[in-house]
Design a binder for this molecule. Structure first.
Ligand code: PLP
Length: 391
């Protein structure tokens, strides 16, 4: 077989996907698993969003749309972002994409040159690292500190800057830590980007899933627009992971460049999904608040349960739906040597699906997605307690 591109050799299948696949294999073989693996809401998409897509299909909304999205959807994105976060975007500063991952990929593709450095706080979401590598950039990982709740490490970011730095890529609430960065930290990083002529890329995938604070976007800061690119997603907020709808917000020339790329790759997001997306963004928001209340109860349940197990400590996640406990007290001395090995044993011996911290660039941790019922969480905690007592 002739050889593949060098580019594709720089990345591998996402470790989260690998865990999900192994769990699917075991389940198909009849194993009873407790699944904390996938970062996907267990709630159904709210009914009014479904109805909107169905009506759009019946109305014949089945053709190509403009590549960057319908005017209706782009206006809905601007309007809802302004309503929720006091931003000020116009339709020529918006691109509708096939999920947040796609928005991020298009953005990084038009911002990152070969050899450019991209600063990423760690632990990081898997695709940040691999997208930069695929594009020929160099991810520069800046560790966050568990002891201060994985706060945005502004001073360390400043120290990591070099003449080759091009982008600072941040994500709040963060996957996998659940950390929510303060407005002051965002302002400080924005100021660095302005001063040094860098791009700030802010992944707002979980922006409305915050438990203690009001949702915040750095787009509300005066003068932020000129160096800021936002990638947003409807996947988690509206329980729409399978619909594949996201967006980017940024300066018009960046959006035009992303549009050009998208015009030669995916073209538009699915026509009737765009209709449903506008309904999600501008329609009743009560179902979102109900989901958020339930996620909060689940967070409190799982964090308390994890903390009750000897050898485990767990920072309180302020947002998203992940707990990221430190399990280093359960490693070594004849037991699993690494979190990856621990997660593997947990899967095969206790039937608990998690994702090891190695996937996110950190050691001694495993990620639990608590986007699952409280009943499942209780069962998982009970199995985990038995497993750790026996190990
Ligand atoms: N960004 C982060 C931090 C995520 O965790 C995810 C999904 O897990 C995404 C973006 C992408 O989500 P989607 O492509 O479904 O919008």
């Amino acid at each position: 077989m002739p050889e593949l591109s060098h580019r594709i050799g720089r990345i591998s299948v996402s470790a989260t996907a690998a865990m999900v696949n192994e769990a699917a294999r075991l389940r198909a073989a009849g194993r009873d698993l407790v699944d904390f693996g996938a970062g996907e809401p267990d709630f159904p998409t709210p009914a009014h969003i479904l109805e909107s897509a169905i009506a759009a299909l019946h109305a014949g909304d089945t053709k190509y749309t403009p590549t960057g999205g319908t005017e209706e959807l782009k206006r809905a994105i601007c309007q809802s972002h302004a309503r929720d976060f006091r931003s000020d975007y116009q339709p020529n500063e918006v691109l509708a994409t096939l999920g947040g991952k796609h928005a991020l990929f298009n953005a990084m593709s038009v911002l990152v040159n070969h050899g450019d450095e991209v600063i990423i706080p760690a632990p990081y979401w898997v695709s940040f690292y691999d997208q930069v590598r695929y594009l020929g950039g160099a991810p520069v990982l800046v560790p966050t500190d568990e002891a201060d709740g994985y706060a945005l490490p502004v001073a360390a970011i400043e120290r990591a800057l070099t003449p080759r730095t091009k982008v600072i890529l941040i994500n709040s609430p963060a996957n996998p830590s659940g950390a929510v960065y303060t407005a002051a930290a965002f302002q400080a990083v924005l100021e660095i980007c302005r001063r040094r002529g860098l791009w700030l890329v802010s992944d707002e995938c979980y922006i409305r899933l915050v438990y203690e604070q009001a949702p915040y976007s750095v787009a509300c800061e005066p003068g932020s627009k000129s160096c800021l690119v936002i990638s947003g997603s409807l996947s988690k907020t509206f329980a729409m992971t399978g619909w594949r709808l996201g967006y980017a917000l940024g300066p018009a020339p960046v959006i035009a460049a992303m549009l050009s790329l998208q015009s030669h790759s995916t073209s538009n997001a699915t026509s009737f999904v765009q209709k449903a997306g506008a309904a999600a963004l501008l329609g009743p928001q009560a179902p979102i608040n109900a989901m958020l209340d339930e996620y909060r109860r689940r967070r409190d349940l799982i964090v308390a349960g994890l903390r009750a197990i000897t050898g485990i400590t767990c920072a309180l996640p302020g947002g998203a739906f992940y707990a990221y406990p430190n399990i280093s007290g359960l490693l070594g001395k004849g037991r699993a040597a690494t979190a990856a090995e621990f997660a593997d044993r947990l899967l095969h011996q206790a039937g608990i699906v998690t994702v090891p911290g190695e996937a996110f660039g950190s050691q001694g941790h495993i990620r639990f997605s608590y986007a699952t019922s409280r009943e499942v969480i209780r069962e998982g905690l009970s199995r985990l307690a038995q497993f750790t007592a026996a190990a």
